[in-house]
Design a protein around this ligand. Structure first.
Ligand code: ADP
Ligand code: MG
Length: 541
């Protein structure tokens, strides 16, 4: 019955691309993204200036920032962007490396596809290479470090910040990052945990990068609620409240019929009593600092000031949580629930002038694992780039403390893996061997890009590196010295990275290359018109 009748599976007008051309197209898009960030790799990488639709600019060298900001259309290109984000979340560093590697793996895969090697064989080969690569990283390339090896931690932080636009202040910033992370490290049984989200970062432009400082405690971008409040409270007892200290305005406009002056007075008296009661409730608990997430009525602020209570209003929820952890306070939902046992403690709560504005410093907290970094710098662009660099450095230091393994940077790890994987490939055999070899070659893209971005002849550098990693007297720590483009021992140049960054970069790269290679059919579904608000609600497929 169906004979001769074409079966329409897809809606008319659906765009579809199949087989090789679909794969080629995806590879081309993914490679385009990789090419866009390749020139930013390493300390000699170039910066990108990103301009958004509002005309705001960001100048950065940070792979993930570039990819996040750029509006990418192609689905395969979007997958690459996702990889960069994963890498960033897991390690805070190595995003450009992961993307460049992914692009390079796909370039090599394309060549294999042209030789009629099936995508499944290629992805299988990549997986084999990845597994062996991870083993090599752990067993043969990584070097264990002790948590108290400060020099090594600072070197890792410096290397992570090496490529960012903060060159002049790198060493000071690296020390700040190391000190900050060491403060928040926890030991739970066998495990070491360094959760850098506990470190509060505030930035204020003005001053110079050198004024950036580590503060023992929590800093808040807020000034006290009333000028008569004390500027500083010592032996602070802190109440944290997440509701408003105001009289609720009713949703519907209500009319109050007031017939006489007496009534007005009693109405106002009533309001005043409520406000006074609020302040009494705070005072009764013994609190001398009150911090709320919502607003505080001006009259309440006035009475609080009279009582010598320091108050901050409209503090972000995440900051309230940090304060709770730092001072041991419990966040309460209303003044009624507030009791003296909910209060937190700090040596001092003080408003200080930073640049043109005031900030509040909560120092000497009950919990010693509360630290903040106050970033300073000439302009907003500078403080933003400092923040991005510090985020990388903090994550890197925490990775080293948590895992205790480092690798040489400057392309040394990649070239060593490459040389070792080339030797390993014949043991794989079959067509997968070709994919393992392709993987090994792809790794050379990292030292290549580092040398090229430094303005050196990458071919010469690579030949030197291969030689240094092979044969008698091989040294696995030899990478690109960006001062002269020659091969040098990265250990001696203090260019080191957490093993985690390398491990994650190669696995992210393989993951996305596999995803792109597995797709042989791209079907663009027609966009369904969005349902108008309130209308219908049924889905139109
Ligand atoms: P990613 O986003 O991948 O971290 P970067 O632009 O930060 O990219 O560059 C990181 C690369 O630069 C790493 O391979 C690292 O080892 C290398 N690198 C950093 N500092 C130096 C240096 N002083 N000499 C040589 N290579 C360096
Ligand atoms: Mg980096």
């Amino acid at each position: 019955m169906l004979q001769g009748t074409p079966i329409l599976v897809l809606k008319e007008g659906t765009e579809r691309e199949r087989g090789k051309s679909a794969t080629q197209n995806n590879i081309a898009a993914a490679r385009a993204i990789a090419d866009a960030v390749r020139t930013t790799l390493g300390p000699r990488g170039m910066d990108k200036m990103l301009v958004d639709s509002m005309g705001d600019i960001t100048i950065t060298n940070d792979g993930v920032t570039i990819l996040k900001e750029v509006d990418v259309e192609h689905p395969a290109a979007k997958m690459i962007v996702e990889v960069a984000k994963t890498q960033d979340q897991q390690c805070g560093d190595g995003t450009t490396t992961a993307v460049v590697l992914a692009g390079e793996l796909l370039k090599r895969a394309e060549y294999l596809l042209e030789q009629n090697i099936h995508p499944t064989v290629i992805t299988r080969g990549f997986q084999i290479a990845l597994q062996e690569g991870q083993r090599l990283l752990e067993k043969e390339i990584g070097t264990p470090v002790k948590a108290d090896d400060e020099r090594m931690l600072v070197d890792c932080a410096t290397t992570a910040m090496g490529s960012k636009g903060v060159f002049g202040s790198r060493d000071e910033l690296a020390k700040i990052a190391v000190n900050a992370v060491r403060k928040i490290v926890e030991h739970r049984g066998e495990r070491t945990i360094a959760d850098v989200d506990q470190i509060k970062i505030e930035k204020r432009h003005g001053g110079t990068i050198a004024d950036t400082q580590l503060i023992d405690g929590i800093i808040l971008d807020k000034e006290r609620g009333h000028p008569r409040m004390p500027r500083q409270v010592k032996k602070a007892k802190i109440a944290l409240v997440n509701s408003a200290l105001e009289i609720k305005k009713t949703e519907i406009e209500s009319k109050i019929n007031i017939k006489s002056a007496n009534q007005i007075q009693s109405f106002l008296d009533e309001e005043d009593k409520t406000f006074r009661r609020m302040v009494e409730q705070v005072k009764a608990t013994g609190a001398n600092v009150l911090i709320t997430q919502k607003g505080i009525d001006d009259v309440v602020l006035h009475y609080l000031a009279k009582e010598g209570i320091f108050a901050l209003k409209q503090v972000k929820e995440s900051d309230l949580q940090k304060l709770a952890r730092a001072t041991g306070a419990k966040i309460v939902t209303g003044l009624k629930e507030l009791s003296s046992s909910d209060l937190g403690a700090a040596e001092s709560v003080e408003e200080k002038k930073v640049g043109d504005d005031d900030m509040t410093y909560v120092t000497g907290c009950q919990n010693p694992r509360s630290v903040s970094i106050l970033i300073r710098g000439g302009t907003e662009h500078v403080t933003q780039e400092v923040e991005r660099s510090l985020q990388d450095a903090l994550k890197v230091v925490s990775s080293v403390l948590e895992d205790g393994v480092v690798c040489p940077g400057g392309g040394a790890t990649e070239i060593d893996l490459s040389v070792k994987l080339k030797k390993f490939a014949p043991s794989v055999g079959g067509r997968e061997q070709l994919a393992v070899e392709a993987f090994a070659q792809a790794l050379e893209a990292i030292p290549w890009a580092l040398a090229e971005n430094g303005g050196y002849d990458a071919i010469n550098t690579l030949i030197e590196l291969r030689g240094a990693h092979d044969g008698a007297g091989a040294n696995r720590n030899v990478g690109v010295n960006l001062v002269d483009g020659k091969a040098a021992d990265m250990w001696k140049l203090h260019v080191v990275e957490p093993a985690r960054v390398k491990r994650q970069a190669i696995s992210s790269a393989v993951e996305v290359a596999d995803m792109v290679l597995r797709i042989d059919d791209v079907i663009a579904s027609k966009k369904t018109a969005p349902t108008p608000p309130g209308g219908g609600g049924g889905h139109d497929h």
